[in-house]
Ligand binder design. Structure first.
Ligand SMILES: [Zn+2]
Length: 257
């Protein structure tokens, strides 16, 4: 497909993304929506880093990326935006460099801190879609509260060993994170066993949900939780429901399904 004259996509961009144009239901209009969108990703490690890399490849226009700290050797089995020669240096510097090597047209808003109650509103309010790939439940809840407050879709993903879990949270239409987990699950661990291929699988699926939310392609994974297990590979989907008395999103009860 050839873009019309006057499109904000350069001839090189048109060529780079030409294979996507031909996906049914996407087209140039979908590509332009990606270019005009801003996506926030909380933590760009094994999971969020893959989301960011796929979205940079797909032509998202702006990304607000939150991730603190320096690269450690133990990051490198899964955090593909980090490199061995960067051990001990800023993760965010590496993240920005690697994304812009792939897509120099990408505008990155780097935030070298993790999401917290003190910055969540300021960060979430600036973006169109939020991706939650944080390892701490406190970060997840802070982002969930801000996403509900500012009515932003949140792609929620988590992993453990060979398992991945994914859903799209739409304020007022689906459960929020607090509906699902008022308290952190008993099994939740800050450090957990995982392969990069598992976080990468989940990251690619989460990136696809972002692309769908922004472009209107397909049907978002909303109101259902997709869980996969790659040991004896299986993918299953579970219906999930709102808690109408949820202290975070219960006030949106008039739109309960
Ligand atoms: Zn809720």
């Amino acid at each position: 497909m050839v873009a019309d004259e006057g499109t904000p996509l350069s001839p090189l961009e048109q060529e780079i993304f030409s294979w996507q144009y031909d996906v049914s239901g996407f087209g140039l209009e979908g590509q332009l929506r990606l270019k005009q969108a801003t996506v926030m990703i909380s933590r760009c490690g094994g999971l969020g880093g893959i989301v960011a890399y796929q979205l940079a490849a797909a032509g998202i226009g702006r990304m607000l990326l939150a991730h603190a700290g320096s690269i450690r050797p133990s990051d490198l089995n899964r955090q593909l935006l980090m490199t061995r020669d960067g051990i001990g240096t800023s993760r965010m510097d590496s993240i920005v460099r690697r994304l812009q090597d792939l897509n120099p047209d990408l505008e990155v808003i780097p935030v070298a801190e993790n999401v917290s109650p003190s910055n969540a509103d300021r960060l979430v309010s600036q973006v169109d879609v939020v991706v939650d790939a944080a390892p701490l439940f406190e970060e997840r809840h802070a982002m969930n509260q801000a996403a509900v407050r500012f009515n932003k879709p949140m792609v929620e993903c988590a992993m453990y060993e060979l398992e991945g879990h994914l859903t799209v949270l739409l304020p007022g239409q689906t459960p929020c994170l607090h509906c699902l987990y008022p308290e952190p699950p008993a099994s939740w661990q800050r450090r957990f066993p995982v392969f990069g291929a598992v976080s990468g699988t989940l990251g690619c699926m989460a990136a696809m949900e972002v692309i769908k939310l922004i472009s209107g392609l397909g049907k978002p994974l909303a109101g259902e939780l997709l869980s996969f297990e790659l040991g004896d590979p299986s993918f299953r989907r579970f219906r999930i429901r709102r808690n109408e008395t949820c202290r975070v999103c219960g006030h949106l009860a008039e739109t309960c399904d």
